[in-house]
Every structure is written in C-alpha cells, then in structure tokens.
Write a protein that binds this ligand. Structure first.
Ligand code: KIV
Ligand code: NA
Length: 266
C-alpha cells in the first residue's frame, strides 16, 4: 500500500480525527512503529540527545540528519517520514533552507521536512512549499533556541505571548505549512490555535485538543535515563527490560549456562 501523504493529514483535519506521531532514528525501531500503524514518523533532531549523546539539539549536523533519515525511510513502507532541519541549516535564509531540505528529500527520501520558528521562518517555509517540499512548522518552545530561552520554559503564558503564538501559527499557515508542532504551550491556547487554523496542529506538552500528538519515542517507551518531562506518558519500561536482559546474559556467560547444547554446533 502507498505511503501516508500530507493530503491524508489534511483529510484527517476535515474529519476532526486525531493522530499519533513518534520520533524514530533507525530502521529497526522505525519498522516497529510503521507496523504498529503510526502514520507519521519524525526523524527529530532530538536524536542529538537520544542517540548521539549531545546535551542539546544544537550540535546536530545535516550529515547526521541525512544518515538517520535515510535509515528510517528504508525501514518503513507506510508512514509519512518527516526530517528535521537541524540548527544552522536554514537560519541564513530561504536558499540555504531549500538546499538542505532538498538533500533530505532527494538523498534520504523523506516526504516532508520540519523547521523551527513562526514569523521568523515564514520566508523559508514559503520557498520550500513553492518548490514542492511539504513543511511541518514548529512553534512555542523551539529547542534549537535553548541558549536564548535559557532552558525549556512553557511558552505562550500571558496575553502578549499568547498573541505572538497565534501570529506565529497564522504565519506558518499562510506560508504554506501543512502542519505545525506546538511544544510546551498551555492547553487552552493550543486548543484556540487548533480551532483557528485549517492546518493540523501536533501537540507535545500542549494539552489534549491538538489534531496530532507527538512524543520522543525513547520517552514514550521508558528507555530514557532519569527524569522525563511532566507531559510524557511512559507506555513501556524498556530501560528496565533491556537492562534485565543484559544482566541475565552476563550471568549466564559467567556461570556457564550460555551457550547451552541447543546453541552449539558439532
Ligand atoms: O526533535 C524532536 O523530537 C522534535 C519533536 C519533539 C517535535 O522536534
Ligand atoms: Na526537533
């Protein structure tokens, strides 16, 4: 069967259907989510934290994004794959954004790209969309600006900030984005944005009324080490399970229980 496209996302909005999105960073995990029926997978620059061991998403490069995006595309058949444009790959302007987005579409095979920023990124979004590249925008808390935010505070609190968020949402819609991530936004404001846009909103820490909901998969599955944000719900305890498996293997090797007769050749 064919892949999900941005037209399916638009149709879901018309039918007021909610949909799930997860991050994925490798072919094997992506194939699990694809077979589980997750319609949209994001090769997020959160790979910087999850898989590459960086403190933030700021150091992630285009080479890293292209490598992992290609793996996720190869591991899936049905999901729409969205590739993040990393910090520094689109801020110089629309032409730089187009060059790097084109690389993710042509070389990695993604069906859409995502970039951060509302009004400030509207020109980039416009050129990509005019060039035939579907764009998912991302407003509210934009992690690539962690140094400017001084952390990861909830956005859009207070009348002025709320008005700015609404302007950002309208700006990315007018620029042609097919969807917009709302990160760390009060639930009431995210609901208002969702009502006032004809494109899909995708919430993360933005309450229950967005069209889609996205989580970083290692948070969702309980693989992340240590504290996870309050908006995360853990649907498995993979860190415990994987650690138990490794400890059992080690015990068996040290104690001589593995390999047993059925694992051996003669
Ligand atoms: O990189 C990422 O995982 C993201 C999502 C949290 C929206 O941008
Ligand atoms: Na991201």
């Amino acid at each position: 069967s064919r892949r999900i496209t941005v037209r399916d996302i638009a149709a879901a909005k018309e039918r007021a259907e909610k949909w799930p999105m997860l991050t994925a960073y490798d072919a094997m995990t992506a194939s699990v989510f694809d077979q589980a029926g997750i319609p949209v997978l994001l090769v997020g620059d959160s790979m910087g934290n999850c898989h590459l061991g960086y403190e933030t998403t700021v150091p992630v490069t285009m080479d890293e994004m292209a490598l992992l995006s290609a793996a996720v595309v190869r591991g899936t058949r049905r999901a729409l794959i969205v590739g993040d444009l990393p910090f520094g790959s689109y801020q110089e302007g629309p032409v730089q954004a187009l060059r790097n987005a084109t690389r993710l579409v042509k070389d990695a095979g993604v069906g859409a790209v995502k970039l951060e920023g509302g009004e400030r990124s509207a020109h980039q979004i416009e050129l990509l969309v005019q060039s035939g590249i579907p764009v998912m925008a991302h407003i509210g808390l934009t992690p690539q600006s962690v140094n400017a935010f001084g952390g990861y505070p909830v956005q859009g609190r207070g009348e002025e900030a709320a008005q700015q968020l609404l302007r950002d949402a309208k700006a990315v819609q007018d620029a042609g984005a097919f969807a917009v991530v709302l990160e760390l936004v009060p639930a009431e404001l995210a609901a208002e944005v969702t009502r006032s846009l004809h494109i899909a909103t995708v919430g993360i820490g933005a309450g229950p009324d967005c069209d889609g909901q996205v989580l970083v998969w290692t948070d969702m599955a309980g693989l992340t080490d240590g504290r996870v944000p309050r908006f995360v719900k853990q649907y498995a305890q993979l860190r415990q399970g994987l650690g138990d498996a490794a400890r059992s293997f080690a015990e068996d090797v040290v104690g001589g229980a593995y390999p047993a007769e059925e694992h051996s050749f003669h």
